[in-house]
Design a protein. Structure first.
Length: 94
C-alpha cells in the first residue's frame, strides 16, 4: 500500500501544476504537436517543453517524432480518468 501511495502522490504532484494540467486536458482529446499545444495554451515553446518534460519524466505522456515535429499523447488512461472527474467537479454546470 505504501508503494501505491507513493505512486499516487507523484501522479498528483505532476498534475497539480496549472500548465501541466491544461496540457493533459488537451491531450485527453487526442495526440497534439508541441506547436498545437503552444497555440492552445497561448504560451511559448520553452514553457510547453518544460512542462512536457516533467510529464514525460513522470510517465504520463509519450512523444512521437514525425520529421521535425514532435507529437505527444497520454501514456495510458489514468490522466484522462482524473481529468474527467476534475471536469465534472469544477467545470460542468451545477
Amino acid at each position: 500500500m505504501r508503494r501505491n501511495a507513493r505512486k499516487a502522490s507523484r501522479f498528483l504532484k505532476a498534475i497539480s501544476h496549472e500548465g501541466r494540467l491544461m496540457i493533459l486536458c488537451h491531450l485527453a482529446s487526442g495526440e497534439k504537436s508541441v506547436t498545437e499545444l503552444e497555440e492552445l495554451l497561448a504560451i511559448r515553446h520553452p514553457a510547453v517543453s518544460q512542462q512536457l518534460s516533467r510529464l514525460r519524466l513522470e510517465g504520463l505522456v509519450t512523444p512521437r517524432r514525425d520529421g521535425k515535429t514532435v507529437y505527444y499523447s497520454l501514456t495510458d488512461d489514468r490522466p484522462r480518468q482524473v481529468i474527467e472527474v476534475l471536469y465534472e467537479l469544477f467545470c460542468s454546470e451545477p
